[in-house]
Design a protein around this ligand. Structure first.
Ligand SMILES: [Zn+2]
Length: 214
């Protein structure tokens, strides 16, 4: 008991500070379909793998193939969806599929561990909150199927992106998900217009990989 207490104590202050700072970033809706609930299986700081630049990231448990929606308006910056590798060892850290969406204030959202072929948007695509952007999976450093979501800001000194505190509109209180809390989305999916089914590649042909199912 004493060990647990000592382990939690230092985190209490930083968690309170995180919650306070998160209020300034309360623009986000939970990135899955309204009415669905998913459990937070990791938050930060002071957690299993969310440390350093990932300390404010949040993991939500969800079955592979769960539809992911944009948490906030933005423009797609990068996409990776060719990986089928994943596992519970750090050696898989570079194997995760992802979608990165840039926001008007210079931050970006990271949607990580998507399934192979699990992206529904291409770089440059403008998305609105609620637009379908892909399907979840378990690629990369992942012990169980889940979505890793983070809001990041580019550090001009290190030239690296690092997570920042942020809040979800649907999450009661501070807006920051709690470990093992289960949260229901009110993110209304928009129409299919943001998928690649109708997109056209530079050569004038339909983009390869468009319209993939989960
Ligand atoms: Zn994570």
């Amino acid at each position: 008991m004493a060990v647990i207490f000592l382990a939690l104590l230092p985190g209490c202050f930083s968690l309170a500070e995180r919650d306070k700072r998160a209020q300034d970033q309360r623009f986000y809706r939970l990135p899955w379909t309204a009415g669905e609930s998913h459990r937070c299986i990791q938050t930060g700081p002071g957690s299993y793998s969310h440390e350093g630049r990932d300390e404010f990231a949040v993991d939500f448990s969800m079955a592979e193939g769960t539809a992911l929606l944009a948490a906030r308006d933005g423009v797609v910056l990068d996409v990776r969806e060719d990986s089928d590798r994943g596992g519970s060892d750090r050696e898989f850290a570079a194997d995760g599929n992802y979608v990165h969406i840039g926001h008007a204030d210079g931050t970006r959202a990271v949607y990580l561990h998507l399934g192979k072929g699990g992206a529904m948007v291409d770089p440059g695509r403008r998305v609105r909150q609620g637009d379908p952007i892909g399907f979840s999976g378990s690629t990369g450093w992942s012990t169980t199927p889940h979505l890793h979501f983070a809001v990041e800001r580019l550090n001009p000194a290190t030239k690296r992106w690092a997570s920042i505190p942020f809040a979800f509109i649907e999450v009661p209180g501070s807006g920051v998900p709690r470990f093992l809390g289960k949260y229901r989305s009110r993110n209304q999916p928009t129409e299919i217009r943001s998928t690649r089914k109708t997109s056209v590649a530079p050569g004038g042909m339909p983009a390869p990989g468009g319209g993939r199912s989960p």
